[in-house]
Design a protein around this ligand. Structure first.
Ligand code: APR
Length: 251
């Protein structure tokens, strides 16, 4: 409504520190399927929440590796969308900290500073045994394949694993606390493109609100978070964020 949009515009224009909590919906308009959208092709019959687990990795490393190689290929083939670009532009006018559940690097490629990748990153490969970071070549086959042997660690010969957080694993140390510290200092929090289903990330908006920080949700769908935010904006990231930021950075 006009009143709500004036409220949001005033808050956004006055904000010196903004925290953006982004989820898979942030990258949807770049062509990256959201985590819970049906997988395409041969991955259609796999449940992603079953593949992104330590058990799946232990049981069949080549299957899980092939899935991440496919996802890495997807991310390499797309570009930041207007939502990512708008947040990066806003970041040149105010401090805009990105706390993302996404493992893609689209915020970085758009020019934003990412304060925390709560669920790790597709670019942070490491040895499953000695945890040495791996920056060797990652083969992404032209056509999706169902199994692919992961590279071996040059130091200890164990398998290289994706640097993402699997269900049941701990978040990267400091990531959650860093996100909370930023939230408590923020003048405005935007929650963009997350279903609010996975904790502890889903608890962050309530922490901000409990501390009196205004929270705005940007999502074309209603989510479990919608009832608990100050303003729930039914709009997509690549449409809503540029609309807002263009009003802030009028030439
Ligand atoms: N713009 C904004 N939001 C969108 C868009 C869009 N164009 N398209 C979809 N959405 C919303 C959906 O309505 C949904 O609420 O993005 C959300 C995507 O939800 P999920 O697929 O559950 O993604 P996410 O919330 O990031 O998942 C959280 O769970 O699956 C694990 O580790 C994985 O980081 C992921 C975490």
């Amino acid at each position: 409504s006009p009143r709500e949009s004036e409220w949001l515009l005033d808050r956004a224009a006055a904000a010196r520190r903004v925290v953006v909590l982004s989820g898979a919906g942030m990258s949807a308009e770049s062509g990256v399927p959201t985590f819970r959208q049906a997988q395409t092709g041969l991955w259609e019959r796999f449940d992603p929440t079953m593949l992104a687990t330590p058990d799946a990795w232990e049981a069949d490393r080549p299957l899980v590796w092939a899935w991440y190689a496919w996802r890495l290929g997807l991310v390499r083939g797309v570009h930041p969308n207007a939502g990512h670009t708008a947040l990066a532009a806003w970041g040149r006018k105010a401090r805009v900290d990105i706390v993302t559940q996404n493992v893609d690097d689209l915020h970085e490629r758009a020019g934003s500073q990412v304060l925390a990748h709560l669920h790790g990153s597709l670019r942070a490969f490491r040895c499953e045994a000695c945890a040495a970071p791996y920056d060797g070549p990652i083969e992404v086959p032209a056509e999706p394949v169902e199994r692919l042997d992961p590279p071996r660690c040059p130091d200890c010969r164990a398998a290289i694993r994706p640097g993402v957080v699997w269900f049941g694993e701990m978040l990267p140390s400091g990531a959650f606390d860093g996100a909370v510290d930023a939230l408590l200092e923020a003048d405005l929090v935007l929650v963009v493109g997350t279903s609010g289903l996975v904790h502890p990330a889903a608890g962050l908006p309530d922490i901000a609100r409990g501390h009196g920080v205004p929270v705005v949700e940007v999502n074309p769908q209603e989510t479990p978070l919608s009832a608990g935010v100050d303003l729930s904006w039914r709009i997509t990231a690549a449409v809503g964020l540029p609309t807002l930021v263009d009003r802030l950075i009028e030439p």
